[in-house]
Design a protein around this ligand. Structure first.
Ligand SMILES: [Zn+2]
Length: 427
């Protein structure tokens, strides 16, 4: 809370520089009922729309559970049948160079695991998305995207696994520290190259051309100390009906991008508030903050692996022909234990991200001054995110504030600014 209120102070000063903020219906101070206004927005969705969105989002909770059971099952199959050991033996027969063995093993492992996971992937990523009207792709283009994903994994993962298995073997006591360093470095590398080399494999990114949209966005960027001359748009409608925007990249590759669903379905006020939110992530350095958080979580993860890997191996792994953490044949166990660890960390990871998202929302309100537009966007996001969860449910499962939280924040902000209606500055 301390942090939140100090941001409010800082952001308040940002708001001073912006003309025309605090749009909304004029009302005398003190008569605006935040709770009633929030409920009125939430009531705009029909019962069917609400049930549909709840069912989609709550289904996601179960998918997390099925996903981890499936992951453990796949690991069990690869280890228990000796398939993993055979893939390692093949890699060792083909070359004596350790890094190349890692490349050969990981390619076999990634392809095999992708095939074994395919039933779950196709249900979750294709049929279920269509069932809820969120997908726009037919099966073949979808399959093509999956194939590109697979190719990327085969190419990129060795960059993580070669140094990782190097330290597993060469630093028997401290590999968990070096493993974390390698993990963070790999993550930063992928974030850095994603906007330039990965994202364009799935969508087309072009500079936003419509000046009636671009100019107000760039004006807001300048006012908030962001030195850009371009905003990008991309054809997310190729895959989905979802409205979204993002900040991606790292250092010099960092860019703000908005999807075409947002451009087609939202008013200028709504686009401005979404872009102000993305600028919030940028100005508040959320990318760099996340790298530090993930680094800490990775250290904890490797501590968990150090303890659990040998424990599982001692208890169940007699017939697996896996000699220890440095043995490539143990990769399915390593992957399964990491999946389990990250599942257990979900509430903490979600909360870290959700707090940043709420900060970006506050930044957006001060930057764009469009509380009603923020509420409208929250309703649109409610198509795929449960609008009104319980507090514990939100804490565990939500990586963004729920629709109710966002609308409530916007209405609170609105109530506090209504008495300055018509003024050009927020004083
Ligand atoms: Zn965000």
């Amino acid at each position: 809370m301390r942090k939140l209120s100090s941001w409010l102070l800082i952001l308040g000063f940002v708001g001073l520089a912006l003309p025309g903020a605090a749009a909304g219906q004029p009302a005398p101070a003190g008569t605006f009922d935040v709770e009633a206004a929030t409920d009125a927005y939430l009531a705009r969705l029909t019962t069917e729309e609400r049930e549909r969105s709840d069912a989609y989002f709550e289904g996601g909770y179960w998918l997390q559970l099925w996903g981890i059971l499936y992951t453990l099952g796949v690991a069990w199959l690869l280890l228990g049948t000796g398939l993993s050991a055979r893939m390692r033996d093949l890699a060792e027969r083909l070359t004596r160079r350790r890094p190349l063995q890692t490349v050969l093993y990981s390619a076999q492992y990634i392809v095999t695991a992708t095939i074994l996971f395919f039933p779950l992937t196709v249900f979750q990523g294709f049929f279920r998305e269509h069932q809820y009207g969120l997908a726009t792709q037919t099966f073949l283009p979808w399959l093509r995207d999956q194939a590109v994903d697979l190719g990327l994994a085969v190419i990129l993962f060795p960059l993580l696994l070669i140094p990782l298995y190097g330290v597993f073997r060469k630093a028997p006591k401290t590999w968990w520290i070096w493993g974390s360093v390698i993990g963070v470095t790999f993550m930063v590398f992928v974030i850095l190259i994603a906007p330039v080399y990965i994202d364009p494999l799935f969508n087309t990114y072009v500079p936003l051309e419509d000046e009636s949209v671009k100019d107000p966005i760039l004006s807001m960027a300048r006012a908030n100390g962001i030195d850009v001359d371009n905003v990008y748009q991309f054809d997310a409608s190729r895959q989905t009906t979802r409205v979204s925007a993002n900040v991606s990249g790292f250092l010099s590759t960092m860019a703000i991008r908005l999807n075409d669903n947002l451009l087609n379905r939202c008013s200028l006020e709504e686009i401005r508030i979404v872009m102000a939110h993305e600028m919030g992530h940028y100005v508040l350095n959320h990318m760099y903050e996340m790298v530090i958080y993930i680094g800490v979580i990775l250290v904890l993860g490797f501590v968990f692996i150090r303890w659990s890997f040998d424990w599982v191996l001692d208890r169940w792994g007699k017939g697996w022909s896996v000699s220890g953490i440095g043995d490539l044949a143990g990769m399915p166990l390593l992957a399964a234990l990491f999946a389990l660890f990250f599942l257990l960390m979900t509430p903490f990871l979600n909360t870290i991200i959700r707090v940043n998202e709420a900060e970006a929302d506050l930044f957006a309100l001060h930057g764009a001054g469009e509380p009603d537009a923020m509420a409208e966007v929250a309703l649109k996001l409610g198509e795929y995110r449960k609008l009104d969860p319980g507090p514990i449910e939100e804490w565990i499962f939500f990586d963004h504030p729920s629709g109710r939280s966002r609308i409530h924040m916007a209405m609170t902000w609105k109530a506090e600014h209504l008495d300055e209606e018509g003024e050009t500055a927020l004083e």
